[in-house]
Design a protein around this ligand. Sequence first.
Ligand code: FE
Length: 196
Amino acid sequence: MTSAAEHLDPALRVEALASLLAERGLIDEATVENFIKIYEQSVGPMNGAKVVAKAWTDPGYRARLIADGTGAIAELGFKGPQGEHIVVLENTPTVHHVVVCTLCSCYPWPVLGLPPSWYKDPAYRSRVVREPRQVLREFGLDLDDQVEIRVRDSSSEVRYLVLPERPAGTESLSEEELAGLVTRDAMVGVAKVAGP
Ligand code: FE
């Protein structure tokens, strides 16, 4: 279905819907704010960042995470809808993984929260498969020609979390400090984690 409304700025549409629902007494602002906070702070990418930091500092955990992503992630208390089967992809100096959902916008909610708009963009979804090196360059990630890029297509069955490389110069950082370096983009594979 296409309509004029689809071409409106999504932020405007959301605002219009929220006002309408509030006006009719179906929702209240505080509830909406709360919901947004939960997704930003509790089930947002900081959950994934904790998983990554633990994997960087605890080899046993790292091994469990690679062998059984869902189980190892649940050890930290992160589970729920859209996270029933999470596979962790380990980036190395020679192999770089990047995640897409070519069909829609499947995404591992318990570790990354809600997907950013570019992840749902048809251009990203089709182009990253055909020309990943170029798309990554547009994200500011210029990978060496020798690095193999593996594009993984999410589905309703399997969601992926990229385990980025630990940056150099972070040997003295605590697990919490390390988690602070890990970004959402690095866990989708369109960026690397930068050092402190
Ligand atoms: Fe999808």
